[in-house]
Design a binder for this molecule. Sequence first.
Ligand code: WT7
Length: 656
Amino acid sequence: MNEPTIEDYFHEDRVFPPPASLQAGAVVSDESVYDVAAADPEAFWADAARTTLSWSTDFHTTLEWDLPFAKWFIGGELNVAYNCVDRHVEAGNGDRVAFHWEGEPGDTRTITYTDLLDDVSRFANALRHLGVGRGDRVAIYMPMIPELPVAMLACARIGAVHTVIFGGFSPDSIVDRVNDSEVSCVVTADGGFRRGAPAALKPAVDAALPSCPSVKSVLVVRRTGETVEMTAGRDHWWHELREQVDAECPPEPMGSEDLLFLLYTSGTTAKPKGIMHTTGGYLTQAALTHAWVFDLRPETDVYWCAADAGWITGHSYIVYGPLANGATQVMYEGTPDTPDKDRLWRIVERYGVTQLYTAPTAIRMFMKWGDEFPARCDLSSLRILGSVGEPINPEAWMWYRTHIGGDRCPIMDTWWQTETGAHMITPLPAITALKPGSATRPFPGITAEVVDDHGDPVTEGGGYLTLTGPWPSMLRGIWGDPERYRETYWSTYPGRYFAGDGAKVDADGYLWLLGRVDDVMNVSGHRVSTTEVESALVDHPAVAEAAVVGATDPVTGQAIVGYVILRAGVDGSAELVEEVRQHVATKIGPTARPKAVMVVPDLPKTRSGKIMRRLLRDVAEGRDLGDTTTLADATVVEEIRRRAAADADAPGGGAN
Ligand code: WT7
């Protein structure tokens, strides 16, 4: 007998049509874009490449597809930094603000496109001065300051390949990444401000570099002014080199398929994979999706993606997409609760932010903090909201819509991955009717299908999300390991890219993401998605955030164990816990009722905010913790374990 595909339990009936107010002047206001793209996807993307970007040499071939290896816009030449900076200045928009930057302590900088051109050109010359050239790898380990996008664009300007390492990573992570890609130059800063204090970065680079023989030079940006050690001959201050180098740096024409950057995915177990992205296809899809999904009107909008530039979200939707489109953006250095939990809303109000793009993990945190913080601020400038990184639970979606979006702004739930480079499944704001918790449908020119265990398409119900054709911003491989690329992404369902996510299709053809298939639970032969049970838990008014895992059970195979964070001011009594368990049974059915629910102060998350269910499974099954190096805060699991042990000791307490 075949194992069942993933069950479809959660039913969500609310529908929100696109707001009429967005239709006039919308970048995309007509459904026909989908049909046009579907009729000839290559022609659609070729047209997007030519109209969205400036090429120094036009391409002669749109696509060469030798599954699983794709080449897009062959023969074309362009420079990414030219597209993101110079051409806006040449078009007379040099005075337009590129970044309204705000430091955590409250200091601000306003950077126009003319300023950006000067900075990027000088930074590129500084890199050249340090011996960096075409094809060389540069690691960037920085706080969220303007020099981070500047350094990325400077690499692109001279044809060097950057690999950004998130500023929260340890020296060991730097060593792995720098050595894997044989980086010759590291760009860093003395530190940045986090939670009201300077947080040093340079010492982590100093600790890593003795194990990194390929690194010849380090370029250091001064941000905090704290004392740092400078190694003579290796380390250089950016503010000193800045004054010595030329202000002009002609952009290097690059082939469409030349490598633009590597970004390592911090897989929870295996060695990090260096995901390769190239030039023409990546920039085309990053720019087009940014303009369409956020309905960007560059003359008037103030767009804010609150991610860190160290993740793909920051690469595609802070640096490359928005700057290629000439957007005005907000960039913020610090944490959302410094000095108070209303910091983000103060920023929205101050700059008149029109689009806000953030993650479900942040939304659930705001929900936990309470409604009063956004209520303090005028958020009426917002037009469109975005969500990325995890499935967004319908109740978190509703909270976001009501308390941030004023019941007015549509929410773009964008599904994509480091590997896909840009949005793949997403609504479009002026034409898609939204259902809370659904990422809706593939972007024009993208083809996705949910399949069952045999790889046969599922027309309604749960299964595995696959992509059925090449797309311009797709990864071109894993650095140094083409076989691992084929094996990881293209071997499960022959001819299809399998992303590792479960998804279901509803009767209207809408797609609902169900989380990583590795996390799917098997309860008495039913395959239950973590996402649906978590959404049912978050649906209870006392619950702000939830994680569930399947723990081995002698009777049912696996039993569902839930961990919940309560909203501010709610008391976690035994009665409430019972009520919350029961709520799941009522909402989606008795099979999905957790065997136990535990109230916890926090959940273990990766540094990008994804819940690490593997660790919760270890706790639920009483195992020693496996590898915890990718965990943002290692004390969280210990606290949960302590509570679990206390619950087990107390007769009838908590779990039952
Ligand atoms: C994984 C990719 C994409 C930039 C940030 C994460 C999950 C991402 C959604 C969404 C449901 C989502 C998937 C995906 N994911 N967006 N809108 N709905 N799940 O990039 O670290 O490469 O993670 O994030 O599981 O496979 P990433």
